[in-house]
Design a protein around this ligand. Sequence first.
Ligand code: KG4
Ligand code: ZN
Length: 341
Amino acid sequence: MAERAVRVKVLGIETSCDETSAAVVENGDCIISNVIASQIDIHSKYGGVVPEVASRRHVELILPVVQEALDQAGLTFADIGCIGAINRPGLIGALIVGAAAAKTIAYGADIPLVALHHLEAHIYANFLTNAHIEFPLICLVVSGGHSDIVYMTGHGQYQILARTRDDAAGEAFDKCARALGLGYPGGPVIDKLAGSGDPNAVDFPRAKVGDTLDFSFSGLKTAVIRYAQNTGTQTRIEDIAASFQQAVVDVLTDHTFRAVEQTGVRQVLMAGGVAANSSLQAAIKSRGSELGISVNAPPPVLCTDNAAMAASAAYYACRRGENAGLDMDCFASEPLGSAQR
Ligand code: KG4
Ligand code: ZN
């Protein structure tokens, strides 16, 4: 692939869950277009994502979404220097739709293809808004399926220092919201309600997993659900939401800065849908400024699933020569740092 002096336009494709997204990003940090077709309205009536419905909707949307991303950028495939497709982990039927589209375009237009891990792409959302990120760093990656603390010594270098032993942070938000009758997805609605609630109203548990940095959110989820069942309407829903959110924020912030202390890094990144949480961003930024640690968090639209993050990650992966073949497969569950293409 071309050297840094040449501006390389990368087409990113993301279909791992319930967003069909395509984007064009130049040199890993300049978003030219980022089209996100959300399926939330379809899945919310079921209280969560229905995999088969998601796959079918991706099939309907993928080509118009890719075309829209090119049209908004005023480009054709001839202008694209690399295609980055998320091929792992995620809903397998959903991943296959994006991967098939990416392979077809790569073959038809003779463009190098890169296979991306979904969490790698989330991390690279940070590079879309900040050109001054320095390694080594710690990234807190919190989404509907993962709660990881990742140590990076350079581009493409990932070491997982912590993961969840049960529910992911976003899963806890979604399941609590569902139990409280707040709909799907739970994160944004709890974030909003918590803004007018008392975070100290209910003392929900902050779980520890021995001396490790690992997370456990299923006990907290059960405590919130039991509390709501037992107290009925005696406690304001805003106070329950704020107290639950505070418990999640406390644990995520505490573990992130323990990882900072253990590794001695001076840079923290935030990534994944839960990183859009206003209280979490405020807590991590405030602890960072107390300790003189630089903290970067993408804006909410780049925290949740989108293809610009994939295009950014693909730019760096392509520069490392990590090209995938047309036999690129998809994987429902793969740890970050795996070499699956
Ligand atoms: O990264 P993402 O869009 O998809 C996955 O990779 O899972 O993350 C979705 C998750 C959902 O659980 C959603 O409830 C949560 O991110 N989320 C939030 C917020 N916005 C989205 N959680 C807390 N606060 C938010 N503002
Ligand atoms: Zn995601």
